[in-house]
Design a protein around this ligand. Structure first.
Ligand code: AP5
Ligand code: ZN
Length: 214
């Protein structure tokens, strides 16, 4: 199954990706996690991306398209994958069509901006696995520690309120047009498009997803 998770920063894409990976046994491809790994490794691309990410802007389409193309070619993507945070612009979506990458389901997470700002303030992440928590809505078993490894959780540098508001602006301007793009694809029978209420509890959003995807 090839799935795109589409939604604003903080809409819950990463959280539900963890659920879907387990349920359908397909890898999560999070361009944000890939970029953060490049920053940690100190690569030239990582250093350039860090500046852009800290400002809440988008990394260039060329870099992102190259990263995803290489990742999708890996053997573990043969039976499908979960795209989390990609595509984020029309050129990124066009690149998939040009490369013959077909998509089964596009899922839009609908969450109002004000709810998102509240969520980001409480987000904690486990960088090496991509597992995501919230101090109130989805707390780890032990405060500040990842449930599986026991390693420390961290706050993402771009979760400061001013940066979150900038990221939301970028989402509405550059990514939201993909809703119409994929609705049109769905009308042509190229994929299925679903919109879900992302404000429900984490477990209820998972149930809705399982029902949609079968
Ligand atoms: P990226 O890492 O992709 O961030 P994002 O899209 O902004 O999304 P987030 O990871 O912030 O949110 P999410 O939807 O995964 O929510 P989460 O599940 O964590 O990108 C970061 C940066 O990298 C970009 O700004 C850009 O610079 C660059 N980049 C990445 N991809 C790119 C691309 N394709 N092109 C160009 N640049 C790119 O949940 C958020 C919080 O809410 C958590 O605390 C969680 O526990 C909680 N939560 C989740 N669901 C619920 C719920 N149902 N109820 C209550 N709380 C919930
Ligand atoms: Zn995420």
């Amino acid at each position: 199954m090839r799935i795109i998770l589409l939604g604003a920063p903080g809409a819950g894409k990463g959280t539900q990706a963890q659920f879907l990976m387990g349920k359908y046994d397909i890898p999560q491809i999070s361009t944000g996690d890939m970029l953060r790994a490049a920053i940690k490794a100190g690569t030239e691309m990582g250093l350039a991306a860090k500046k852009v990410m800290d400002e809440g802007k988008l990394v260039s389409d060329d870099i992102i398209i190259g990263l995803v193309k290489e990742r999708i070619a890996q053997p573990d993507c043969k039976n499908g994958f979960l795209l989390d945070g990609f595509p984020r612009t029309i050129p990124q979506a066009d690149a998939m069509v040009e490369n013959g990458v077909e998509i089964d389901h596009v899922i839009e997470f609908d969450v109002p901006d004000d709810v998102i700002v509240g969520r980001m303030a409480g987000r904690r992440v486990h960088p090496s696995s991509g597992r995501v928590y919230h101090i109130v809505y989805n707390p780890p078993k032990v405060e500040g520690k990842d449930d599986i490894t026991g390693e420390d959780l961290v706050i993402r540098p771009d979760d400061e309120e001013a940066t979150v508001r900038k990221r939301l602006g970028v989402y509405h301007e550059q990514t939201e047009p993909l809703v119409a793009y994929y609705k049109a694809q769905a009308e042509n029978g190229q994929c299925q498009f679903h919109r879900l209420d992302g404000t429900a509890q984490v477990s209820d959003v998972s149930k809705t997803l399982a029902a949609l995807l079968g």
